[in-house]
Design a protein around this ligand. Structure first.
Ligand code: SF4
Length: 348
């Protein structure tokens, strides 16, 4: 069964919604067979390469939106008003650390409905300096865009724009009221039209149904996105979803395998919540997924750079750089790479 799905995905035949649903229900005895099938698809397009992505929270908190999972919303306890944005020098320094960590991609993120002129100027100036100085792919995640803002970002050297759909359109209304799911789709289309790659994923564990998760997977396929980050809810104190449980690790793996079959060629990332949700199974996520975030997330810490390099090396995988070159993971060398500064809202 799983091998047939891999054959279909490799032949370029879209798997059906019912086949995707079957993956979510795979029995535990089939775990290795399912991972093997997903890995055949992943290997055909990405080999044994893993790309590391590093996030930089350029503007923390005070967001006017009310996303129910997010601790950066002023509706969920973050201060209100206009938060400061990091300086261009700080953003360039963080890119240097990401480059030294052998990350393929560095992503500047602001907590915001959409970028103000000040924020856009800062991000674009930083992007120009980073692109002139080092070989690293650049991503930005700045909320809702206009056509002119999307074009400015693309012109400054931003390669990819992130704007997650989070969940199905139906479930989104239960999680966010200050903007619509369709607003997010519009921004993804503007980013694509401006010539940027699109990174669009979601969060598993928002109380969604199986139908919602399948809707998300197939909506992303319809949008033909370049990258799909799959996050697992790490419920934050003070948010409306604070009491939501962690996703069961076996289900998390099946969700990643389902996403790989639905998105055979896509840059599939096991994203936020990886460490807490998958625990000892983290390495297994590398069989469907070809990329991870390292050194933590926007407001929470995560696995260290050394341990991520070690995991990749131990599993016999290798790193993919922005140049396209594949190099060995090197936990020893990572001991001398500067630490990411501690996060002001990090988990204690
Ligand atoms: S997810 Fe983004 S838009 Fe929503 S509250 Fe958090 S920072 Fe704001």
């Amino acid at each position: 069964m799983w091998s047939t799905l891999a054959d279909k995905a490799l032949a370029g035949t879209a798997i059906s919604r019912e086949e995707a649903r079957t993956v979510l229900h795979a029995p535990v005895d089939d775990t290795l067979a399912l991972l093997d099938a997903a890995f055949r698809v992943r290997r055909a397009h990405w080999g044994r390469r893993v790309s590391l992505h590093v996030l930089e929270n350029a503007k923390l908190g005070a967001c006017p939106e009310d996303c129910g999972f997010c601790s950066q919303s002023s509706k969920n306890g973050s201060p209100s008003g206009e938060a400061p944005i990091k300086t261009v020098d700080e953003l360039v320094d963080a890119a240097r650390r990401a480059h030294a960590a052998r990350a393929k991609r560095y992503c500047m993120v602001t907590a915001t409905r959409g970028p103000s002129q000040r924020d856009l100027d800062t991000i674009c100036t930083a992007a120009e300096r980073i692109k002139a100085e080092m070989d690293i792919e650049l991503c930005a995640s700045l909320g809702i865009l206009t056509e002119a803002k999307a074009q400015r970002l693309a012109a400054s050297g931003v390669d990819r724009f992130n704007h997650n759909l989070e969940t199905s359109e139906r479930h989104y209304e239960k999680i966010v009221s200050t903007h619509k799911w369709s607003d997010r789709v519009d921004t993804v289309r503007l980013a694509k039209a401006a010539g940027m790659d699109t990174c669009v994923g979601g969060i598993v564990g928002l109380g969604e149904s199986e139908e919602d998760l399948l809707d998300l997977a197939f909506a992303l396929r319809e949008l033909d996105v370049d990258s799909v980050p799959v996050n697992f809810l790490d419920a934050r104190p003070g948010t409306p979803l604070a009491s939501y449980p962690l996703v069961e690790p076996g289900f998390a793996l099946r969700a990643l395998c389902m996403m790989r079959f639905v998105h055979p060629r896509t840059d599939l990332r096991v994203a936020g919540g990886r460490e807490l949700t998958l625990r000892s199974l983290q390495v297994q996520a590398l069989y469907p997924a070809n990329s991870i975030f390292t050194q933590g997330y926007l407001t929470t810490g995560g696995a260290s750079l050394e341990s991520d390099h070690q995991m990749i090396r131990d599993a016999g995988f290798e790193l993919e750089l922005a140049s396209g070159e594949a190099v060995p993971a090197d936990p020893e060398a990572m001991k001398s790479v500067a630490r990411r500064p501690s996060l002001p809202m990090a988990r204690s």
